[in-house]
Design a protein around this ligand. Structure first.
Ligand SMILES: Nc1ncnc2c1ncn2[C@@H]1O[C@H](COP(=O)(O)OP(=O)(O)OP(=O)(O)O)[C@@H](O)[C@H]1O
Ligand SMILES: [Mg+2]
Length: 308
C-alpha cells in the first residue's frame, strides 16, 4: 500500500470571473519511505494538492488517501498519519513555543510528549526560544516552529510546503539534516520547493506540475540523465546572434546554452565567432535540475511532445 495515493484528483475554483482549473486529473503514488519532490512554478497547483491531502480542501473529482485512509471518508485516521508544514505562516500569538507544541500534541491525543518536544526544539535550533512568545519570533524562527508543530505526533508521512522559503542558509542545512534523518528512519517525505538544488540533492523521485497537470514524473537521476548533458556558460555585453536566442537562458550578462555534446558546443561558439562577439569567463558545466525544470516547463517542450 502506498504512503500517499492521488487518483484522478481535479480541483476547480469558481469565482465571479469564471472557473479556474487548479488541478486536472492528477494521479500518482508515493511509496512508503520515499523522499518525493513536487515541483512547479507559482500557481501550478502544489499547495492545492497538499490542501486536499490534508483535508483542508475538497477535490472537485477524484480521491486521495494516506496509508489507505481516504482523506475525506476516514479524515481523522488519514490526518493522524500526516505532519503538514504549511506554506503560509499561521500561528497563535498568545502562546509561547513550548505551549504551542504541547497544544498541538493534545490535538493529536499524544500525552507526556515533553521528551520528543525537547528533541524537536534542540534539532531545529529552538531550544533557547522555548519560552519566547510566538509574536516575538522572526519569520525564519516561526517557520521552524511550524516544522516542529507538524512533527509533534511523529507522523509517518511528512509533507513540507516550501519549508525553506525565507530561511537562512544555516537553518536550511540543519532542517535538511533533521528531515533526512527522519527519512532514513522510515518516514515518507513529500516536499515542495523552489530551491531546485535542494530537490536535486534530497529527492529520490520528482513530479513536476504545470497548470494543474503532471508533466513529468521520474527518478531524479533519470530526469538528469534525459536532459541535455552539458551547459555552455559565458558572460557577454552585446545581444546574442539570432541562431542562439531561442535556446539561451539569459540572466543579466550571463548566458547559458544547453548542449548535448562537444559538436553542439562548437556550433554555439562558431555562431558567436561569426557574429564577431566578445565573450568572457567561458565554462562548460553538467546540466542540473534547474535546466531540466526549465526545459520541461518551456512551451518548446510541449510543442515537441505534441508533434512527436
Ligand atoms: N482558495 C482559492 N480560490 C481561488 N483560486 C485559488 C484558491 N487557492 C488557489 N487558487 C488558484 O489555484 C491555482 C493553484 O494555486 P496553488 O496555491 O495550488 O499553487 P502553487 O503551486 O502552490 O503555487 P506557489 O508556488 O506560488 O505556492 C492558482 O491559479 C491560484 O490562484
Ligand atoms: Mg504553494
Amino acid at each position: 500500500m502506498p504512503a500517499i495515493r492521488f487518483q484522478s484528483v481535479s480541483k476547480t475554483y469558481s469565482s465571479r470571473g469564471g472557473a479556474l482549473k487548479a488541478l486536472d486529473s492528477v494521479s500518482f503514488d508515493i511509496e512508503e519511505g520515499e523522499f518525493f519532490g513536487l515541483l512547479g512554478p507559482n500557481g501550478a497547483g502544489k499547495t492545492t494538492l497538499i490542501s486536499i491531502l490534508a483535508g483542508l480542501a475538497r477535490p472537485s473529482a477524484g480521491r486521495a488517501s494516506v496509508h489507505g485512509f481516504d482523506v475525506q471518508k476516514d479524515y481523522a485516521q488519514a490526518r493522524r498519519q500526516l505532519g503538514v508544514v504549511p506554506q503560509e505562516l499561521v500561528f497563535d500569538p498568545f502562546f509561547n513555543v513550548r505551549e504551542a507544541l504541547r497544544i498541538q500534541s493534545g490535538y493529536f491525543g499524544v500525552k507526556n510528549n515533553d521528551a520528543w518536544i525537547d528533541e524537536l526544539l534542540e534539532s531545529l535550533g529552538l531550544a533557547d526560544k522555548a519560552h519566547a512568545n510566538m509574536r516575538q519570533l522572526s519569520g525564519g524562527m516561526k517557520r521552524r516552529v511550524l516544522v516542529a508543530q507538524a512533527l509533534v505526533h511523529k507522523p509517518p508521512v511528512i509533507v513540507l510546503d516550501e519549508p525553506t522559503a525565507g530561511v537562512d542558509v544555516e537553518l536550511r542545512q540543519t532542517l535538511w539534516q533533521f528531515i533526512a534523518r527522519l527519512n532514513r528512519e522510515g518516514h515518507t517525505v513529500l516536499l515542495t520547493t523552489h530551491y531546485l538544488e535542494e530537490a536535486e540533492a534530497l529527492c529520490g523521485r520528482i513530479a513536476m506540475l504545470k497548470t494543474g497537470r503532471v508533466v513529468a514524473l521520474e527518478r531524479t537521476s533519470d530526469l538528469l540523465k534525459a536532459a541535455s548533458s552539458n551547459v555552455l556558460r559565458f558572460k557577454m555585453d552585446s545581444a546574442l546572434p539570432q541562431a542562439l536566442r531561442e535556446k539561451a537562458r539569459v540572466t543579466g550578462r550571463i548566458v547559458q546554452l544547453p548542449a548535448h555534446d562537444a559538436h553542439e558546443i562548437e556550433e554555439h561558439l562558431a555562431h558567436i565567432r561569426e557574429a564577431g562577439l566578445r565573450v568572457e569567463d567561458v565554462e562548460i558545466r553538467k546540466a542540473d535540475l534547474e535546466d531540466v525544470f526549465l526545459d520541461v516547463m518551456s512551451d518548446k517542450a510541449e510543442k515537441a511532445a505534441v508533434a512527436g
